[in-house]
Design a protein around this ligand. Structure first.
Ligand code: HEC
Length: 159
């Protein structure tokens, strides 16, 4: 006689699958730092910083709105030769579908004193500000290595 298989045998599996619901899982430890960085640039009112919208060449969006803080802006126009942007430089990039549209991705770079991550903290969020990536060992570096000290859309003065 064939062994009867109880359909109820599936119940514990289904219960285990529910327990793995990603919405219920603890967020990765870097989420808190990523959120703190976004809160900081929003408190600093980054949308009022010097900015420019350019056609995007990256995966950030069809258009990139790039906002730079005062530390970076001063360095950008300083004609003295340099190999690094100053510590405290912050750049925010909104990836947009339309030049004047909503952000569908948000990227932040902040220049740190150390050399990890090329000297930058890297952070990426979705259009709702949910963290997608954060830190110094990110997938951002290989593309950004082509820029001046990792900045793609702005060159050192005099170049
Ligand atoms: C496929 C290549 C590529 C990858 C991967 C990439 N970027 Fe970019 N990024 C660019 C380019 C090119 C620009 C210049 C604007 C444009 O063309 O869209 C840019 C612009 C930026 C800017 C504005 C300052 C600047 O460098 O011009 C920030 C901030 C930024 N990216 C952050 C990030 C972060 C954070 C990541 C990783 C999560 C990342 N990028 C991954 C190519 C890339």
């Amino acid at each position: 006689m064939a062994r009867a298989r109880s359909p109820l045998g599936l119940v514990p599996v289904a219960a285990a699958a529910l327990a793995c619901d990603p919405d219920g899982a603890a967020p990765p430890p870097w989420h808190a730092s990523a959120r703190a960085l976004l809160e900081q640039v929003e408190a600093d009112e980054f949308r009022r910083w010097p900015s420019e919208v350019i056609e995007g060449h990256a995966s950030h969006g069809a258009f990139s709105a790039v906002f730079v803080n005062a530390v970076f802006d001063a360095a950008r126009t300083d004609p003295r030769p340099r190999v690094h942007w100053p510590t405290g430089s912050v750049l925010v990039c909104e990836g947009r579908d339309q030049a004047d549209g909503e952000a569908r991705t948000l990227q932040i770079m902040r220049r740190e004193a150390g050399s990890a991550g090329g000297g930058w903290i890297w952070a990426q969020y979705d259009g709702d500000g949910e963290p997608l990536d954060y830190g110094t060992a990110t997938t951002c570096l290989h593309c950004h290595a082509a820029g001046d000290d990792y900045v793609r859309s702005v060159s050192f003065a005099g170049e």
